[in-house]
Design a protein around this ligand. Structure first.
Ligand code: NAI
Length: 215
């Protein structure tokens, strides 16, 4: 049984990467792997990997390594990839449409069930097989369908108010792209703020360091 309730945030953040990596090894029909091999492939230390995986009860066997499928399944369970959490997108502009169309929700424990916007010109358009609905229909939709995750692809200014409304409608988690760092006064709400720009700036910082080295 996993002890996911007590796993540190830094370990949780590494789990999707382990999951993705092990999935790729499964596709190559690799059956098992040692922590040393896994560490070399993933750019982590072997002891870091052993420590991380020990958090879930240690799947590795001395001299055998890890059974890839078993470990992949177990990490999948911890991440909740089979959960099929009902998910809605708020904001069907460029980003909302791109996420709706390109994110493989089912593989990541989510099921996209609704897309909402206020722009009358796009209401009824089909994106990822779903009609864009008007925000006026949000309340009724949530009462009927009980989504748990909302993806916010709306302008910054609208984010906090919409998030508050959504919590009152039963939303428990936000994947927030709005550039507004949500402040949740509610207990037991999960928020993942995403800023692609931060990632790009980390890259530019590293480029700067590399180019300076070459001078
Ligand atoms: P966009 O202008 O194409 O789409 C925004 C959509 O939100 C529009 O369809 C608009 O009608 C809708 N909208 C506005 N107010 C609303 C409300 N109160 N309720 C429901 N829908 C509403 O913009 P885009 O490119 O899709 O970006 C969306 C947001 O995400 C922007 O604020 C942008 O800055 C941000 N963004 C964040 C990124 C990140 O890494 N976090 C990356 C790219 C964009």
């Amino acid at each position: 049984m996993s002890k996911s309730g007590s796993i540190s945030v830094s370990v949780i953040k590494r789990l999707p990467r382990y999951y993705r990596f092990l999935g790729e090894l499964m596709k190559q029909n690799v059956i098992r792997i040692s922590s040393r091999e896994l560490s070399e492939k993933m750019g982590l230390t072997a002891s870091q990997i052993r420590q991380d995986l020990n958090c879930f009860g240690g799947f590795g066997q001395q001299g055998y390594g890890y059974n890839i499928e078993e470990l992949h399944n177990e990490i999948g369970k911890i991440l909740g990839v089979d959960a099929g959490y009902k998910t809605i997108i708020i904001g069907a502009g460029n980003l909302g449409k791109a996420i709706a169309t390109h994110m493989n929700f089912e593989k990541r424990g989510c099921k996209l069930i609704g897309i909402f916007d206020i722009n009358k010109a796009i209401i009824g358009d089909i994106v990822a097989g779903l009609p864009i609905r008007h925000m006026n229909d949000l309340e009724e939709f949530c009462h009927e369908n009980k989504p748990v995750i909302a993806i916010l692809c709306i302008p910054k200014d609208a984010a906090q108010e919409i998030a508050n409304t959504l919590v009152n409608l039963g939303i428990t988690a936000f994947w927030n792209f709005s550039h507004y760092d949500l402040k949740m006064d509610f207990k037991n709400i999960a928020v993942e703020n995403v800023h692609l720009g931060d990632s790009l700036m980390t890259l530019t910082y590293n480029v700067k360091a590399l180019l300076n080295e070459k001078k």
